[in-house]
Design a binder for this molecule. Sequence first.
Ligand code: ADP
Ligand code: MG
Length: 623
Amino acid sequence: MKKEKYSFKSESKQLLNLMIHSLYSNKEIFLRELISNASDAIEKSKFISMSQKKFFSYEKKYEIKIYLDKKDKKITIKDNGIGMRKEEVIKNLGTIAKSGTKDFIKSIEKNKNNDFIGKFGVGFYSAFIVAKKVYVNTLSMYEKTTHNSVMWKSYGDGKYSIEKSKKNDVGTDVILFLKDSEKNILNNTIIKDIIKKYSDHINIPIKIQEYNEKEKIYEWKKINSAESLWTLDKKKISTDKYINFYKYITKDNNEPITWSHNKVEGKIEYTILLYIPSKSPWDIWNREKKTGLKLYINKVYIMDNVEQFLPNYLRFVKGIIDTKDLPLNVSREILQEHSDIQTIKKTITKKILYVIKNIEKSKYINFWKEFGSIIKEGIAEDITNKNLISELLLFSSIKTNNENVYLSLHEYLNNMEKSQKNIYFITSDSYESAKNNPHLEFFKEKKIDVLILHERIDEWMMNYLTEFKGIKFKSVNKFDESLHDTTNKKNKKILETTKKTKKIIKKIEKILKNKIKKVHLTQKFSKTPAALTTDVNDMSTQMAKLFSAAGQKVPEIKYILEINPEHELIKNIFKISDEKNFAKWIKVIFDQAILNEKGSLPIPSKFIKRINSLLINSFLKIK
Ligand code: ADP
Ligand code: MG
């Protein structure tokens, strides 16, 4: 093979410069990245040789060796992992803006301070932070007998070359020719510290040559503890180790809120280490994206993002599961159909829900802000755990009087008024519009708290959340006979439908005949002339909005028009004898109620016209 020359895609060079520049204060992470790649390559090789024993032998001593060459100012990271064929070298090392790097660049643009950078997975190209030239000499395990090894060379200047190389052992050597300014890194103590700091949890030995004074020879010494963290005794794992492991498996730069580490025994035995992150990834709503646990079988890494162990509404949970009781050649399809997996999923789900329930209050608010709307999906999705999930819910309410101050359902029940029989809630597009909804007047006056729900998912969730601890939920947007209490003397007088009012109601119903179901007198409002409710079994306004936002046709809702006969405006309207004028006023009142309920009118110009003509009339009277 002749030496072949390639160049990167055009923007790559700029990206590389940007990365090198912003990582400079944290340059030691290049070693973490290269060790992580070496360890991935070894995990892949382990897996292939174990699952295809016929073709590959598994007697190898897997290890990562780091050579420091002071004379030539070189560092070599050598692994005996899977290696790469020529096409793989081109595919894997030929583009800079791989996923990790892209996310990274995005973060630099957003976040100007530097301290987060050390924890970011930035990949192979971080080698150029310290190296002026990088060689990759690699022999794929599939080319062991053909000896088709390749050498990749680049100055990080937008070009690279590939040629045939000499390499007899399977694996990859990454050779860094250090920049003159970086040669002080060629120091055993420095390298050992970096490995301890970032790569201690890697469960493959990372070795470095040390001089043995007594024997007068160099020998390879293991630097990291090289154990699979989850196999260790909980008591022996420090908080730091748990956190570092989290960052390693997730590439998340934030610390997790909490974690849970358990060995579960039963028909299938397994160990789980589950983390609750503190920040939700920006693409958590991307349904195409696979999320899930990392699967190990007897400490051998099998695959990432195995979603079969988690219900969808817990897709933000990260961690690993390790079991001896599944075959190495397990596939996603097998997992999907395996009945034991369902049992494991159930156990894991319960476990996580309890872990979440036990998050300290001060941290829980943060958790809720990040993941609350995802947890809400569980109310509909997971009937068996509905009660447990209900206990995790937080709401703002009339009484908390702030969008960001929450209360749990337990707290709501504890604060209920003596006579109160239901848990009341309102759904709306936004907190502000819910808070000012006329339906709340009545509850404010009676000092009955109402939960304020204003997220897209809420209306849908409330279809499934019908009661809590035996107490029923009731929407204040729905017509509720029990609120029109006539046992009270004052109410009785207001709501009494005399012959005269009966006639007026009939008249109004005729004017609005296609638009409403019926007219009902109410004593519920103090400041509002009229408002709409939907009948108990009819679709709510919010639900209709959700459907039409999803592109579905919804039949027009027929509302119940609740009129407040005590309101000055209504009192006066009821006195109007001119039919045409009366109809005009009623239409205005109805449109107002629609505005309050929906936030918009089908034909705003008609409403404006009517209002204007009424305003002009009032001026004429003043004159
Ligand atoms: P990532 O590790 O996130 O995939 P990197 O930039 O670190 O991104 O590496 C790019 C790819 O190059 C890896 O996915 C892998 O396929 C390949 N690679 C890098 N280092 C090695 C190695 N030591 N052995 C085999 N393949 C490697
Ligand atoms: Mg990598």
